[in-house]
Design a protein around this ligand. Structure first.
Ligand code: HBI
Ligand code: FE
Length: 285
């Protein structure tokens, strides 16, 4: 999540990390204030989940039963293993792209071990435990989405080899982090960056300001994004399977072709784009 940070800005403690950047969450002591902040963050976001999150997210979150205190990854891992064959691993924070993608390709999701401070209740730059766990983990219980995440890891490693990482980072950004889906329940969120953010969860579905375009893989991979403001463009799936299908083939030819094409800024609507109608602005965020 978020753009790569320079080493100096990173806030986690990387000294005890293993070669694959994992740490032992049991060694991280959470203060009473951390548990209280977790409960506040969870309460705010779960109030929105019923009306703003897709069914797969809602059902998994309910089963995770993680409202009362900072969750232990080891407690969730057995159920996640059964549901989708994935495991959560603790990391000190942002890790290098290659390490991140290698974990995803091995069906391991890196979860940041520290929680934000109370003054960061509404926003922080680097993903923390709440963003990673509340935002990302529910969808990993959905096997087809989890398959997409593994394929994404393989794609990321390939993109690094092809010097095409920005294309794949955009795909991750506009799906895994800020994706919307327009299924049988109407427009809903599945992206972790949206669902872990108080303001953006409402904005993404209710505001007439952003445009919402039908998901087209190659269009997404050419579209720049900003890491420090609400999105100006969201891409909308019809089904979650659409994601997996869009990365099923060998993408090396597509990456080579797309690298040579001009990029789109995050606020343009191109000739081939299909934009969804704006939500009525009864209570625009
Ligand atoms: N590290 N811990 C962590 N979490 C991420 O989401 C993450 C990362 N490193 C790199 C990275 N994401 C990017 O490569 C992707 O967002 C594309
Ligand atoms: Fe993220």
């Amino acid at each position: 999540m978020y753009g790569a940070q320079s080493e100096s800005e990173l806030r986690g403690d990387y000294r005890r990390a293993a070669i694959d950047f994992t740490v032992d969450q049991a060694e991280h002591v959470y203060a009473t204030a951390d548990h209280a902040l977790w409960r506040r963050l969870y309460a705010r976001q779960s109030d929105l989940v019923g009306t703003h999150a897709c069914r797969e997210f809602r059902e998994a979150l309910a089963a995770m039963r993680c409202a009362d205190a900072v969750p232990q990854l080891a407690r969730i891992n057995p159920a996640l293993q059964v549901a989708s064959g994935w495991a959560l691993v603790a990391v000190p924070g942002f890790i290098p792209d290659a390490a991140f993608f290698a974990h995803l390709a091995a069906r391991r999701f890196p979860v940041t071990v520290w929680l934000r401070k109370p003054e960061e209740f509404d926003y922080l730059v680097e993903p923390d435990l709440f963003h990673d766990f509340f935002g990302h983990v529910p969808m990993l219980f959905h096997r087809r989405f989890a398959d997409y995440m593994q394929r994404f890891g393989e794609l990321g490693l390939q993109a690094i080899a092809q010097d095409a990482l920005p294309l794949v980072a955009r795909l991750y950004w506009y799906t895994v982090e800020f994706g919307l889906i327009d299924g049988d329940e109407g427009l809903r969120c599945y992206g972790a960056g949206i669902l872990s953010s108080g303001g953006e969860t409402r904005y993404a579905l209710e505001s007439p300001q952003p445009q919402r375009l039908r998901y087209v893989r190659d269009r997404v991979m050419r579209t720049r994004y900003r890491i420090d403001a609400y999105q100006k463009t969201y891409f909308v799936l019809r089904t979650l399977d659409e994601l997996l299908e869009s990365v099923a083939d060998d993408l090396r030819p597509a990456l080579a072709r797309l690298r040579a094409l001009p990029e789109f800024s995050d606020d343009v609507c191109a000739a081939d784009d299909v934009a969804l109608p704006q939500p009525h602005t009864r209570n625009a965020a």
